[in-house]
Structures are given as C-alpha cells and as structure tokens.
Design a protein around this ligand. Structure first.
Ligand SMILES: [Zn+2]
Ligand SMILES: [Zn+2]
Length: 282
C-alpha cells in the first residue's frame, strides 16, 4: 500500500485504475477538529462514497469538488455522522444537477433509511401525480445479492469495477450481543482485499472469520479511545492477535487522539488513518 498526501482542493474522482481510498474524515460522530468517518473509494473511472455525514458536503468542497459530483453511495447505518449529508446530496441532485444518485442498498435497509430518516426531509417537497416523492425518485438502487457461504448475513454488489461485500455488524444498541439482535449496520470488504468495519462494537469473530477467508491486506477499524458504549475501544482491540493488529489502521476516533499515538504504536497497530491522504492499493 502506498500513502500519498492530497494537496488542497486537488481531489479527482478518477485515477489510473488502482484501488484507492480517501477518507473524507476519520473522526468520531462528535469530532470538532476533523471530519466524520466517511470514505471515498476511487478506481479508474469509478467512485463510491461510503457514508455521507453532516459535515460531508463542506468537507468535499474543501477538497475541491461539490457534493453534486458524488453520484454513487453505500450507507453503513443511520447515525447522523453517516447519513446526515444525504438529504442535501439528494435535493441537490434532484433540483440542481437534475439526476438520480445511485445507491447500493438492499430492500431491508432502504425501508429503514427512507421511513425512519430521509422521508421527513425530502419526500414532501413536491407532489408527483398526487403522491409524495419516494426513495426511487431520488435514487437508483443497486440490489446486492445475499451470499450463502458466510455465517453472518453478507451481501455482494458491484459499482462497475469496485467490488463490495458487506456484512451485518454489532453496533447498536449497547446491550445487544449478536448481529442478529442489532439494528441495521454493516462493515464492508472492498475488492476482496481490504476490510472497512465502519461503526461496530468490539467483535473479534467478525475480524477472524472474514480475515481467515480473505487474508486482508489492510483493515480500517472503528476505534474509540475509551471503553464502553457502542464502539470498539483501543484497549479491546489490543486483544486481537498481533498479526491482525499490524494490518489495522484506526478510524472514527476522538479529537484527543494525539495523546494516544505512543499507545497505538506500543500495542502494535499500523496507526491512525488520516484525512487528506490517499491509501493506494497497487
Ligand atoms: Zn459513526
Ligand atoms: Zn454509528
């Protein structure tokens, strides 16, 4: 993996074909110094935005492109640091650039995302043949296929050349011990090479089950700098085997991360993932 700093306002949505990650943010839900953990994947002429939080469109503008240029989405769960920017993206797409956005989403999560979050903000802006607007007035859904060979619910889809497999995770509520009893949230495998957990509690089975199948080149893992609540903490992640830890870059961390750099090194992690940085898998 090659790491390259992005110069101010120079973001491009295409590249020479190497799978490339750019974190729009790496901060927690309540970060004030960073942007929230939203991930842009670029490969050749294709792009896919994983999550679009409240600060996302401003963050993109600071990188040099308007949110209207982002056409393809996959959403991991419904917290505002992951979906708070979708309303703006959807309204801008319908009324400014006059196009539909593409979203990889299954029917179960589409219903959750629309009925519980997006509908109140965007369904009532106009009437179409006497009806309010629906999800498909804003989005062309790509339906993933359910894969049978995994113990936990896992789906497969492609955004042209970008291959994604996503599996249910254990994020909320804090009391749920299994992915089955957790509210919808997912982690993502990209091109069978890299795992991005998005938000999850400490869940060693998730890492070991999928790593034993894919032998990931790299893992980007949710990390909270204290233990408790609905995220994996640094001390909990320290219990993972050392050959896994050395593949892990931490994401979704708090603004006080700099006090933990030595600990992250001592524990044997690869480090903190950074904003304005290209991770190129060549
Ligand atoms: Zn989050
Ligand atoms: Zn969350």
């Amino acid at each position: 993996m090659q790491i390259k700093t992005l110069n101010n306002k120079s973001l491009k949505l295409t590249n020479d074909g190497n799978l490339t990650f750019l974190f729009i943010g790496v901060g927690s839900a309540f970060t004030k110094k960073m942007n929230q953990t939203n991930l842009l994947i670029i490969k050749g002429d294709d792009h896919l935005l994983i999550d679009c939080g409240t600060k996302c469109s401003t963050a993109f503008l600071n990188l040099g492109i308007p949110i209207t240029d982002i056409e393809n989405y996959l959403i991991t769960h419904s917290h505002a640091d992951h979906i708070g920017g979708i309303e703006e993206a959807a309204l801008m797409a319908r009324y400014v650039s006059k196009k539909k956005l593409t979203m990889i989403i299954n029917e179960t999560y589409q219903k959750i995302l629309w009925d519980m979050s997006l509908k109140g903000g965007i369904a009532y802006n106009e009437e179409k043949a006497g009806n309010i607007l629906s999800f498909t007035d804003f989005f062309n859904p790509i339906r993933p296929k359910k894969l049978k060979e995994f113990k936990r619910e896992t789906f497969h889809a492609k955004m042209n050349s970008i291959d994604v497999k996503f599996m249910r995770t254990k994020h909320i509520p804090d009391s749920s011990d299994t992915w089955e009893s957790s509210f919808w949230s997912c982690g993502i495998i990209i091109d069978d090479r890299v795992l991005f957990t998005s938000d999850t509690k400490y869940d060693p089975e998730l890492i070991t089950e999928y790593d034993s199948k894919f032998n990931f080149e790299h893992i980007f893992h949710d990390c909270q700098l204290f233990t408790g609540g609905v995220h994996a903490s640094l001390d909990e992640l320290n219990q993972l085997p050392s050959d896994i830890k050395k593949k892990i870059c931490l994401t979704h961390y708090g603004d006080n991360w700099e006090s933990f750099t030595q600990k992250v090194k001592d524990y044997g992690f690869k480090g903190f993932a950074k904003e304005k940085t290209y991770y190129i898998f060549n």
